[in-house]
Design a protein around this ligand. Sequence first.
Ligand SMILES: [Fe+2]
Length: 224
Amino acid sequence: MLISRRQLLTSSAIGLASSMFGLACVRRADSFPCDLTPEQTEGPFYPVDRQLDEDNDLTVVSGKPGRAEGQIIYIRGQILDGHCRPVQGTTVEIWQATARGRYNHPRERRNSVPLDLNFQSWGRAVTDQEGQYLFKTVIPGQYPAGRGWIRPSHVHFKVVGSTHHELTTQMYFVGDRYLESDFIFQNVPRAERYRVMVERQDPGSEFEPETGLYNFDLTVRPTT
Ligand SMILES: [Fe+2]
C-alpha cells in the first residue's frame, strides 16, 4: 500500500514548504474533496512515433544490450479522482529527456547532445485495483529551452482514461536550481506547486539500494 500524498507531505520538506505558502487556501467553486493536480503544458515533445518497447521500464530498450545512462530512479504513485476514489485500469504515460538532457523526437533539432539509444524515451503503465502505477527511469537532464532559459529536470505525465478527463502535467524535483527561473513551473499557482514536486525517498528493500524512489500521486477530474 502506497503512502498517500497527504501522508507524505506531513513529514517532508515539501510539507514544510506547503505550510509556508499557506495551502489552507480558499476552495474554488469547482473544488473536490481531493484537490485536482494542476495541469501544465504538454510541450513540444509528446511522442509521435510508436516504439517497439512501450512498457514502464525506460532504462532498457527491448532488443538492445545496453542500459540507459544516468541515475536510475523509480517513480510510483496513485491516481485518484476528485472524489478521492482510486482510478483503476487507467493509462499513465510519461516522456522525458535523457540523463544528458536530450529528447528523442523529430522536433528536437537544436540540441547537440547525443542521443542515448539505450533509453526508452517514453513509456506507459496501467493502474492496478488501487489506482497505483510504477515506472523505472533515470533522472532527466536539464536542457536549454530558449535564450537564457534552462528547463529544470522534469518528467511529463499524461493520464488517459474513460472515467475521467485527460490530465497532462509535469513532475519536478525538489531543490532543482532552475525551478525559480522556469516559466512553466512558475506558471503553476504558487499554492499548488508542491503538488507537482517530488523528493527522493529511500528505496528500501523493495528496490535496488543505489536507486532513488519518488512518489507522485495525481488527482484527475472525474467525468461523473
Ligand atoms: Fe520537457
